[in-house]
Design a protein around this ligand. Sequence first.
Ligand code: AMP
Ligand code: ZN
Ligand code: FE
Ligand code: FE
Length: 279
Amino acid sequence: MGVDLHVHSTASDGSATPTRLVELAGEAGVGTLALTDHDTQEGWEEARRAAQATGLDLIPGVELSLEYEGGMHLLVLWLEPGPGPLQDRLEWLRLQRDERNTRILDNLRQHDLVVTAEDLMEEAGGGSVGRPHIAAVMVAKGYVPDISTAFDIWLARGRPGYSTRPRLAPAEAIGLARESGAVPILAHPHTLGINRAEDMARQLEELRGYGLIGLEAIYAAYHRHEREGYIDLARRFGLVPTGGSDYHGSYKPGIGLGVGYGDLEVPETVVDELAAHIG
Ligand code: AMP
Ligand code: ZN
Ligand code: FE
Ligand code: FE
């Protein structure tokens, strides 16, 4: 059976409901699926109910953006929904996100691109609202041809619409994840923007020191040689090489749940290796 450990639902910036994700897993032959919405576990109950009728092994998770020069995202798997050390911080993160979104809309308005809070609410339908929702409204209004262009011109770090937000530091997030009994994984490591092998080595040593367990080596967007490189890197630093599609439905066109761009293959053994670290 297939494995996909990185997927977004309508609870954050995915276009498929939690119920639909479970259906898509069935269609793709995925037997193990992790729900990793940004900063929220709101999709969990619905996904769990949908998965009850199927044989799907569903893992509760989240994806967090961390305080770091480049882009550092952390996947936290087997995070038990409800109160807990990390769980209790999620609401604060969503508040920071909402305030950041308001600043982005203000920035865009300076450039005569009008996206209102109501437009954004309508697009996102509540939950954890993010830049892909803003991008989708910009596409709908004809300001940009597609979501990717909205990021490239307006929304990416350093572009005129961008605004940052307070995030958890890597040590804090990884520590809280472990205290919560969950399993922290460094997502899509290329976004760290580290080119030199020795710099990457230093960074991974540091994160492992905080309690990092896995490295997302088998990422949909990576070519075969990149995946092999990251698998070797993970093993060298005692990290479990994991994988996922980062499925977002229409917000990231071309990526299929469980299959990525068609060649995603995450071994089932990875799930057991990770599960051995559940606290
Ligand atoms: P936010 O969490 O609101 O900061 O938005 C981050 C999300 O935007 C990421 O998880 C991706 O889903 C998406 N994203 C980031 N960069 C791009 C890009 N260049 N093109 C398309 N989507 C992107
Ligand atoms: Zn996203
Ligand atoms: Fe990410
Ligand atoms: Fe993601």
